[in-house]
Design a protein around this ligand. Structure first.
Ligand code: SF4
Ligand code: SF4
Ligand code: SF4
Length: 166
């Protein structure tokens, strides 16, 4: 096993907490075993959300773009890494306290780009507004995170097939 694959395997649990992988990926183990790190998925992605991560394995960066679920990354990949019958990923996302609305500044950038209306506003008193994110509706596209001027939206899209995913 080469060093990059060994590092990927050793860091897989840690990375699961912090790194968003490609949609429809079967498992981290599958990626570690079969991804050739060719970068074709990076080149194919029309939004630019896929980048080369640790060890050369692809990962998503929602601070710069969203995933539109176009599956161009899946279509271009020559390896058996994906299950298109499953959902793209499991989502756990949240709005952090650095959101401008929690500091008396009006902002609706994230609401404006959320196609599925997973974000709502809660009025909590004079000058007190909270943006709420409904994980039951959110599809984890990352559009809200990409436009947030404070980077206040955290998105963790868990790979569906991994046992340690919560
Ligand atoms: S196209 Fe497939 S094999 Fe190549 S880097 Fe992307 S996921 Fe890995
Ligand atoms: S589904 Fe489309 S937008 Fe999403 S990561 Fe793949 S190529 Fe990029
Ligand atoms: S990540 Fe969720 S809340 Fe954000 S724009 Fe996409 S669907 Fe809406």
């Amino acid at each position: 096993m080469d060093l990059a694959r060994r590092r990927f395997l050793q860091g897989s649990v840690r990375q699961e907490q912090a790194v968003n992988r490609l949609p429809w990926l079967i498992s981290l183990q599958c990626m570690q075993d079969a991804c050739t790190r060719c970068g074709d998925c990076i080149s194919a992605c029309p939004t630019g959300v896929v980048q080369k991560g640790e060890g050369g394995f692809p990962e998503l960066n929602f601070s710069r773009a969203e995933c539109t679920f176009c599956h161009a990354c899946v279509d271009v990949c020559a390896q058996p890494l994906f299950d298109m019958q499953a959902s793209p990923w499991k989502v756990s996302a949240a709005v952090q306290p650095s959101c401008l609305n929690q500091h008396g500044v009006y902002c609706r950038s994230c609401l404006d780009v959320c196609d599925v209306r997973a974000l709502t506003v809660e009025f909590a008193g004079p000058g007190q507004q909270h943006i709420l994110l409904n994980n039951d509706i959110c599809n984890g596209c990352g559009a809200c995170a990409a436009v947030c001027p404070e980077h206040a939206i955290s998105i963790q899209n868990h790979v569906g097939g991994d046992a340690h995913v919560g």
